[in-house]
Ligand binder design. Structure first.
Ligand code: NDP
Ligand SMILES: O=C(O)C1=N[C@H](C(=O)O)C[C@H](O)C1
Length: 258
């Protein structure tokens, strides 16, 4: 059995993850973490597990995997705590900076613990990022539109930012649009990552969606993915839990275990 601790267990993704773990024959829920919880144990699916409300209270090696769906403000300290406690971190939470990822990779190496940071567990999103990277070799002018539910606290989405990073690996950075373009309304051209424009939409009714738009002389290509339900992420979470101990170091992207 793979022993799993879920951080952020009360959240939208945390609840789905707990249910998936309880239904999986090879997974065992051994604890949950939420700093705002007043209770000391969680009774669910016929089992009782400890609720940790402080990082320092979580024992070393009390789980094999630490699944994190918390908040951008908390994720760095959580991932660091997992590595130090010799628990493999599977980080779904967005918002880690490049600098924080580099630091965590150093800690992972020193602790000799592998881990995964996954901007998006949905197979459609993973494929979108791969296809967008391929397309950018031939169509280097690109803009990204991500659309999410209106409870999302970070913008751009981790997926959109990762898409931009993957595209910038294969194309020359350059300015897009008229050299003398001027925003009449501040921010209307979106945010910018290495010359790539990113636009974030937040609306009720949406879950998680992304479009990557490429334009070339007389033609255009649009790649789109939609997560209509958070169930779309669970196959990827289960796969990553199964494979995380077979990789080395702390890596970014579900493609590392596909
Ligand atoms: N990689 C992927 O495929 C996906 C990633 N995500 C990402 O996962 C994260 C969570 O998303 P979602 O479940 O929708 O968000 P929710 O707001 O529904 O849940 C967040 C949970 O984290 C808890 N939390 C808040 N602060 C802390 C903290 N300091 N330490 C530990 N736990 C904390 C909250 O607890 P409380 O309510 O008590 O404050 C809550 O239970 C986001 O970053 C989101 O972008 C989401 C979907 C897919
Ligand atoms: O907050 C969300 O909902 C999601 N967050 C991730 C992101 O920021 O990319 C993954 C997915 O888009 C859903």
């Amino acid at each position: 059995m793979i022993r799993i601790l879920v951080a952020g267990y009360k959240g939208k993704m945390g609840q789905q993850t707990v249910t998936m773990i309880l239904e999986h024959k090879d997974f065992e829920l051994v604890g949950v973490y939420d700093p705002h919880s007043a209770d000391s144990s969680l009774v669910t699916g016929g089992i009782e597990v400890p609720i940790y409300s402080q990082l320092t209270a979580i024992p070393d090696r009390c789980a094999d995997i630490w699944v994190d769906f918390t908040s951008p403000a908390a994720v760095y300290e959580n991932a660091k705590a997992a590595l130090v406690k010799k628990i493999h971190p599977l980080i779904g939470t967005t918002g880690l900076s490049d600098d924080q990822i580099t630091k965590l990779q150093g800690i992972a190496q020193a602790s000799d613990i592998s881990g995964l940071i996954v901007p998006n567990f949905g197979i459609s999103a993973v494929l979108l990022m791969e296809f967008a990277q391929q397309a950018a070799k031939y169509l280097p002018d690109v803009e990204i539109i991500e659309m999410h539910h209106d409870q999302k606290v970070d913008a751009p989405s981790g997926t959109a930012l990762n898409t931009a990073k993957k595209i910038s690996e294969v194309r020359q950075s350059h300015h897009q649009g008229a050299p003398n373009e001027k925003e009449i309304l501040k921010g209307v051209r979106g945010g910018e990552y290495d010359g790539i424009r990113l636009h974030a939409v937040r609306l009720p009714g949406y879950v998680a969606h992304e479009q990557v738009l490429f334009g070339g002389p007389g033609e255009a290509l649009t790649i789109r993915q939609d997560s209509f339900d958070r169930a779309s992420f669970m196959t990827g979470v289960a796969l990553a839990i199964e494979k995380i101990q077979t990789i080395s170091g702390l890596r970014v992207g579900l493609e590392n275990v596909l």
